[in-house]
Design a protein around this ligand. Structure first.
Ligand code: HEM
Length: 493
C-alpha cells in the first residue's frame, strides 16, 4: 500500500500534468449539456431526428452534441451544409472500425478517404453514368423487375399485401444485382430471398440492434453478444465471403473483350492497371472490389425499396395524389404502353412526387463526415477528427423553408400552374459536395419507373379491415413506415 505522502505526490503530479499539458483548442459552439461517457444519449431518446430538430431550432445553424464520448457538430442550415461539404477539409469519414467490412481496413467508397476513395469513387461514378453492358440498358433491367413485380401483385387478385417492403426489396436487389453481377432471379426464387438478406437485410438487422454500441464502443469488450458487436462482425464476414465467391465465379468465366456487368468491368480495370500505387493494382484490388460491391448494396438497395414503400403508404393515405398521377400517366402514354425514361420531361407531377418522397429523408443525418485536418469555418475552429452531421431531416422539415412540412404535398415542387417542376435548392436527399451520393440517378430512375408503372397498372387501396393508417415513421436509425396493408386492384386500361 502507498503511504499518504506517496498518494499526495501522485495526486499533485496528476493535477500538475493536466494543468501544464498544452490544451487542444475545443469546439466553441452552443449545445445541450451532457453527462460524462454517455454525453447527451439519454436526452436524445429514441426519436433522435425529433430531438436533434429541436436542438437545431434552439441552438441555431451550428451546435455541439455529445454522442457518448464523441463531440459532434450538428449543422442545421442548408446553405452552411452546402458550403462546408464543398470544402476538402470536411469530406472525411468517421465510421468506427467495428462497423466496416474488414475491421479497421479501408476498402470501397463509403468508409474510405484519400487516394483510395478518390480512385474507387471516380470509377463507380463513371460506370453508373455510362451504364450499359452488351445490349443491356439500365431501363430494360429496371423494367424487367417492374413487370415481374406487377405480375406478382396482380396474381394476388386483390388480397391485401401486408409485407410490401419485402416485395419491393426483392425487386430492387434483383435490379442492382443484374447491374453488378449480370444475373437476375425470378422474384419468388428462394435464392433471391437469401441474396437480398445477405446484401442488405442482414446489414439493417445487425445495425438496428447495435445502436447503443455505436455510441459506446467499449461495450464490445464486456458484452460482445448483447451489444450487437458479434452479430455485426458475423454479418460482415458472411457478406465478404458471399461477394468474394461471386467475384471468383466471374474470374472463372471472364472474357476481357466482352464485359457482362460491373464486376467484369472492374476486373478489366485491375488487369490493365500497372501502377503499383493504385488501389486497382494486383490481388489487393480484389478486396477493394468486394468493398465497392458491398457498399453499392448497403447504400442503395434498401434505400430504394424503403422510398417506394413510403410511396405506397402515401398513395393509399392520399387517393387524390394517386388520381393525379394516373391522369398525368394517361395524358402521356394514352395507357397504351408502359411509361419510359423518355417520358419524364412531360411528367412534372410524377417527378414532384419523387421529390416529395425523397424529402421525407430516410437517413435523417445522411452519412456522418469527419474533419480531415484542423480547420476553421465561419470563425469556429474544428480540430482534425471532429465529427460533422448534417441535420438533413430538420432541413427538409423546417417550417421556415417549407411552410407546411408536415403535409405530404408533391405540388410544393411545381410552378403555380402545376405545369413544370421547380428546382428547390434546399432539397438535398443525396447530400451535396464531393461525397454526394453517386447512386442518385440510379435511385431516381428506379423509383420513377417503379412508381409510375405500378400506378398505371393498379389502383392502390387501403385494406378496410386494417386500423387507421399512420404515416409517422417507425423508431430506428433509418426512418421506415410502420406496418400497413395495401390492396392492388388491376385497372381496366
Ligand atoms: C433513395 C435512394 C438513395 C438515397 C436517399 C441516398 C442517399 C445518400 C446519402 C445521403 C449519402 C451520403 C452522402 C454524404 O456522405 O455526404 C449517400 C452516399 C452513398 N450512396 Fe446513396 N442514396 C440512395 C441510393 C443509392 C444507390 C442506388 C446507390 C448505388 C447504386 C448509392 C450509393 C452510394 C454510395 C456508394 C455512397 C457513398 C459516397 C461516398 O462516400 O463518397 N446510393 N447516399
Amino acid at each position: 500500500m502507498f503511504s499518504v505522502t506517496v498518494w499526495i505526490f501522485i495526486v499533485v503530479a496528476v493535477l500538475a500534468y493536466y494543468a501544464l499539458k498544452p490544451k487542444k483548442r475545443g469546439i466553441k459552439l452552443p449545445g445541450p449539456w451532457g453527462l460524462p461517457l454517455v454525453g447527451n444519449a439519454f436526452q436524445i431518446g429514441k426519436r433522435m431526428h425529433i430531438t436533434l430538430a429541436k436542438w437545431g431550432t434552439k441552438y441555431g445553424p451550428m451546435c455541439k452534441v455529445k454522442l457518448g464520448p464523441i463531440e459532434v457538430v450538428l449543422v442545421s442550415d442548408h446553405q452552411m451544409a452546402k458550403e462546408m461539404l464543398a470544402l476538402d477539409a470536411f469530406i472525411g469519414r468517421t465510421t468506427p472500425a467495428e462497423f466496416t467490412l474488414y475491421e479497421g481496413e479501408t476498402v470501397g467508397i463509403i468508409n474510405s478517404e484519400g487516394e483510395i476513395w478518390e480512385q474507387q469513387r471516380r470509377f463507380v461514378v463513371r460506370q453508373l453514368r455510362d451504364f450499359g453492358f452488351g445490349k443491356t440498358s439500365m431501363e430494360s433491367i429496371i423494367m424487367e423487375e417492374v413487370n415481374e413485380l406487377g405480375d406478382r401483385l396482380a396474381s394476388l387478385k386483390g388480397e391485401p399485401v401486408s409485407n410490401m417492403k419485402g416485395f419491393l426489396s426483392l425487386a430492387t436487389v434483383n435490379s442492382l444485382w443484374s447491374i453488378v453481377a449480370g444475373k437476375r432471379y425470378s422474384q419468388d426464387d428462394p435464392k433471391l430471398r437469401a441474396l437480398a438478406h445477405q446484401l442488405s437485410g442482414a446489414f439493417n438487422e445487425a445495425g438496428e440492434n447495435a445502436g447503443a454500441f455505436f455510441i459506446m464502443k467499449w461495450l464490445k469488450h464486456i458484452l460482445p453478444d448483447l451489444s450487437g458487436y458479434n452479430a455485426i462482425r458475423k454479418m460482415f464476414a458472411e457478406l465478404a465471403e458471399f461477394v468474394g465467391n461471386t467475384i471468383q465465379e466471374h474470374k472463372n468465366t471472364f472474357q476481357e473483350d466482352s464485359p457482362r456487368d460491373f464486376i467484369d468491368v472492374y476486373l478489366n480495370e485491375i488487369k490493365s492497371t500497372t501502377d503499383p500505387s493504385s488501389s486497382f493494382h494486383g490481388v489487393a484490388a480484389e478486396k477493394q472490389l468486394i468493398g465497392v460491391v458491398a457498399d453499392l448494396f448497403q447504400a442503395g438497395a434498401d434505400a430504394m425499396a424503403s422510398t417506394l414503400n413510403w410511396a405506397i403508404l402515401h398513395l393509399i393515405s392520399n387517393p387524390e395524389i394517386l388520381r393525379k398521377l394516373q391522369v398525368e400517366i394517361k395524358e402521356v402514354t394514352g395507357n397504351s404502353r408502359p411509361v419510359s425514361f423518355s417520358d419524364r420531361p412531360k411528367m412534372p407531377y410524377s417527378l414532384a412526387m419523387v421529390n416529395e418522397l425523397l424529402r421525407q429523408t430516410l437517413a435523417p443525418f445522411g452519412v456522418p463526415h469527419s474533419v480531415l485536418s484542423d480547420t476553421e469555418y465561419k470563425g469556429v475552429f474544428f480540430p482534425k477528427g471532429t465529427v460533422v452531421m448534417i441535420n438533413l431531416h430538420f432541413i427538409h422539415h423546417d417550417p421556415k423553408l417549407w411552410g407546411d412540412p408536415e403535409n405530404f404535398r408533391p405540388e410544393r415542387f411545381l410552378s403555380p400552374d402545376e405545369k413544370s417542376l421547380v428546382k428547390v435548392e434546399y432539397l438535398n436527399p443525396f447530400m451535396v459536395g464531393r461525397r454526394q451520393c453517386p447512386g442518385e440517378s440510379v435511385a431516381r430512375d428506379t423509383i420513377f419507373l417503379f412508381l409510375v408503372n405500378l400506378v398505371q397498372r393498379f389502383d392502390l387501396l387501403r385494406d378496410p379491415s386494417s386500423p387507421e393508417l399512420d404515416t409517422e415513421p417507425e423508431i430506428g436509425f433509418v426512418l421506415q413506415p410502420k406496418p400497413f396493408k395495401v390492396i392492388f386492384q388491376e385497372r381496366k386500361l
